[in-house]
Design a protein around this ligand. Sequence first.
Ligand code: 5GP
Ligand code: ZN
Length: 114
Amino acid sequence: MEECIFCRIASGEMYAEVVYGDDRVVAFRDINPQAPVHVLVIPRKHVRSVFDLSPQDGELLSHIFQVIRKISADEGIAEKGVRVLTNVEREAGQSVFHLHFHVLGGRRMLWPPG
Ligand code: 5GP
Ligand code: ZN
């Protein structure tokens, strides 16, 4: 998966402003932030989207949400409000085909999201 930019960020081959990392997950700031806080949380292993997760990935997914909570607390947005989202395929807005959760906060979020 050498052509996958998020695999390259996860391996450290490509630079990103990493805010959290462990053996299974990496989190880094979005290069084109849509809110004062905009962090992407990814599994180190290459998965195309949430639709490619298997039942065996349940613990990984649960861990990702623990990490999202920790980052939200560290960034000071956990109490006021956080939008967590993942786009699946192009029409929904997915442009990088390595599973990532957007963690957005620091401003009022609009609904519907557009
Ligand atoms: P998607 O559109 O797939 O839901 O989200 C992909 C996100 O990755 C976008 O918000 C985009 O700004 C971000 N992104 C794309 N390339 C890079 C990169 O090289 N570094 C970082 N930090 N973010 C990136
Ligand atoms: Zn990848």
